[in-house]
Design a binder for this molecule. Structure first.
Ligand SMILES: *Cc1c(COP(=O)(O)O)cnc(C)c1O
Length: 425
């Protein structure tokens, strides 16, 4: 709050497509989809209509002992998108609780199977899986963890396959193979105690849009099968088409044992998350004894309005060539970004689906957080809503940018960067 004395909050009044408007009717291009949730623009007519209809039908009812059409239909459609492999769905309201569910479900599975000692977790260096206490245990971002470290039960941390870590002559696939060795070494000595490894497939988003080769995921699948460890794919940020396929795991040709979705799932409208899982895991809980069942509940689990927003979002995927159009939009944006990529202070330009990122060389102590703050502030003056992560500038825009929006995004980012770099001269 103290920082906001210098930098007032942006008081938003309304949204339309990729644009947000403040109370003075100044507009901002939502280049980060309001923290990666919005897919088809603000005030999307299709999603609005679906929610309005649902509102007059059933706004909410508890999901314990009850069910309703939106949650059934959503479960069926999500399961179908995995070819039926992940045919069971467990709902919650936000990303962090989906992660909690996946972690709990994994160790409870091993307990039900007579291996209660398998209750440790593995996460990747620089991983982010949410900020509740369980999710922080598998999050390796210092900023979010340090103050709460005494409350958190830590996980084993293995090397990140971040392609920027390539040694001379190494490809992204080589980095992935090297990172897999650290997983294998750990599994070799510890798999009897390890329940699961959790990964953000293809892009470690909050850790600074660190991208890795898809072969890391197929390698991880093999190791998990060999050592009997669950693979949890946290697709909360990268799911729903962000990386170019509906699920990021599709690019590695694998399915995890547990898959978390949230953020874009409801199109960015309402809090909703889900953990999809396999029949083999479901069966371990299928029993007369209540305590063998999976124990986890939230008041708003499977909220019908949120499920209806998710169904309308899936309809939008279904009715348009969304993934194909996104490929074209990303190619267009890459072209517009060429001058920016050539800038001497810009390095590690990277892209995966509709996620774009680059690192900015700017010197001095504490430069990273100051850079991010100034970039956000100067971006607003250029009609951009952009929040760098330290010195990493990224775009993760809604899927509805027009050609002129894409051009504006590239050019205004360049002007913002020039302006901010001058402030550090
Ligand atoms: C945002 C995010 C979460 C947490 O989701 P919340 O809804 O903010 O709790 C978990 N994992 C990943 C990969 C995320 O990007």
């Amino acid at each position: 709050m103290k920082q906001h004395e210098q930098m007032p909050l942006v008081a938003l009044a309304r949204g339309e497509g990729p644009w947000l408007y403040d109370v003075d009717n100044k507009r901002y291009l939502d280049a980060i989809s309001s923290w990666w949730v919005n897919l088809f623009g603000h005030a999307n007519p299709t999603i609005n209509a679906a929610i309005k209809e649902q509102l007059d039908t059933l706004e909410h009812a508890m999901l314990a002992g009850c069910t309703h059409q939106p949650v059934i239909e959503l479960s069926e459609r999500l399961g179908a998108l995995t070819g039926g492999v992940l045919g069971h769905a467990f709902y919650a309201s936000d990303g962090a609780s989906a992660v909690e569910i996946a972690l709990k479900m994994s160790s409870h599975y091993w307990r039900n199977r007579g291996q209660p000692e398998k209750n440790e977790y593995v996460c990747l260096a620089n991983s982010y899986h949410g900020e509740t206490i369980g999710a922080l245990g598998v999050t390796d971002v210092k900023l979010f963890r340090d103050a709460y470290a005494p409350l958190v039960r830590g996980a084993h941390v293995v090397a990140s396959p971040d392609a920027r870590g390539a040694l001379r002559g190494e490809s992204a696939a080589d980095v992935a193979q090297r990172a897999l060795l650290s997983v294998r070494d750990l599994f070799e000595v510890r798999s009897a105690q390890i329940a699961a490894i959790i990964v953000e497939p293809l892009v470690q988003c909050a850790g600074g849009m660190a991208m890795h080769d898809a072969s890391y995921l197929s390698g991880l699948r093999e190791l998990c099968d060999h050592y009997h460890v669950h693979l949890i794919a946290d697709e909360i940020a990268v799911g729903c088409g962000r990386t170019g396929t509906f699920f990021a795991c599709e690019q590695a040709g694998i399915w995890p044992d547990l898959l978390c979705l949230s953020k874009g799932l409801s199109g960015g409208y309402l809090p909703l998350s889900v953990v999809l899982t396999r029949d083999g895991i479901y069966q371990a809980f299928y029993h007369d004894e209540t305590t063998r069942g999976f124990l986890h509940s939230h008041s708003y689990t499977g909220n019908p309005l949120a499920c209806r927003a998710a169904l309308a979002t899936l309809d939008l995927f279904h009715s348009g060539k969304v993934l194909e159009n996104n490929r074209n939009k990303s190619a267009t944006l890459s072209k517009y970004l060429e001058p920016l990529m050539a800038h001497p202070n810009v390095k590690n330009f990277r892209q995966c689906g509709t996620i774009f990122a680059f690192d900015v060389l700017v010197g001095g102590e504490d430069a990273a957080s100051l850079f991010a703050q100034r970039f956000f502030e100067i971006g607003l003056r250029h009609e951009l809503l952009i929040r760098p992560i330290g010195q990493t500038v990224y775009f993760m825009p809604p899927y509805v940018l027009s050609d002129s929006d894409l051009e504006l995004l590239a050019w205004r980012t360049r002007s913002t960067l020039e302006y901010v770099l001058h402030m550090f001269d």
